[in-house]
Design a protein around this ligand. Structure first.
Ligand code: MN
Length: 197
């Protein structure tokens, strides 16, 4: 059975002008779909064709001979998580459980926001920055390329894609402007609270 990419959770112009329909349609339709097409070609007629995506990610994460499968599988997972990490008219300060945990971990929201934007801004090359649950506290982690926190047994709450393809059509080299716009106008705190269960 081949893997079918989940649809975007909103129209491709829903995040415009923060993220344009042009960026979103290329990012989902070419990049995300491209990982899916390569993944399906790689697992065809193997036992992995019948395994849940997350199981394939965990099984291939530390196997250098399966790096191609891992990269495509993890990029499918990471992008689906990223789409849900944003919503139209999102951003700003959270409420609910995630708000309480941010205060427990960082003291206040602004201290959290500074660490998140710094880590997303300073990740060298391509990768992701994540807010995760780690034990009873939260943490912010960077992952390189396709790496994903679920291979470490962590619970991701929110992610931002800082590969250049995520922002270059709208922001060119201004990654910090994209990160600030994500925090101020897009981040979906309801999704973070759902992930806390
Ligand atoms: Mn991407």
């Amino acid at each position: 059975m081949s893997y079918t990419l989940p649809p975007l959770p909103y129209a491709d112009n829903a995040l415009d002008p923060v993220i344009s329909a042009n960026t979103l349609s290329f990012h989902y339709g070419k990049h995300h779909q491209g990982y899916c097409t390569k993944y399906n070609a790689a697992i065809e007629n193997t036992p992995m064709a019948d395994m849940p995506l997350e199981d394939v990610i965990k099984q291939t994460a530390s196997d250098a001979s399966k790096k191609g499968i891992f990269n495509n599988a993890a990029q499918i997972y990471n992008h689906t998580f990223y789409w849900h990490s944003m919503r139209k008219s999102g951003g700003g300060t959270p409420s609910g459980k995630v708000s309480d945990l941010i205060k427990d971990t960082w003291g206040d929201f602004d201290t959290f926001k500074k660490e998140f934007t710094d880590k997303a801004g300073t990740l060298f090359g391509s990768g992701w920055t994540w807010l995760i649950k780690d034990g009873s506290k939260l943490a912010i982690v960077q992952t390189k390329d396709a790496e994903t926190p679920i291979t470490q047994g962590k619970t991701p709450l929110i992610t931002i894609d800082v590969w250049e393809h995520a922002y270059y059509l709208d922001y060119q080299n201004r990654r910090p402007d994209y990160i600030n716009a994500f925090m101020d106008k897009l981040v979906n705190w309801d999704f973070a609270n759902q992930n806390l269960g």
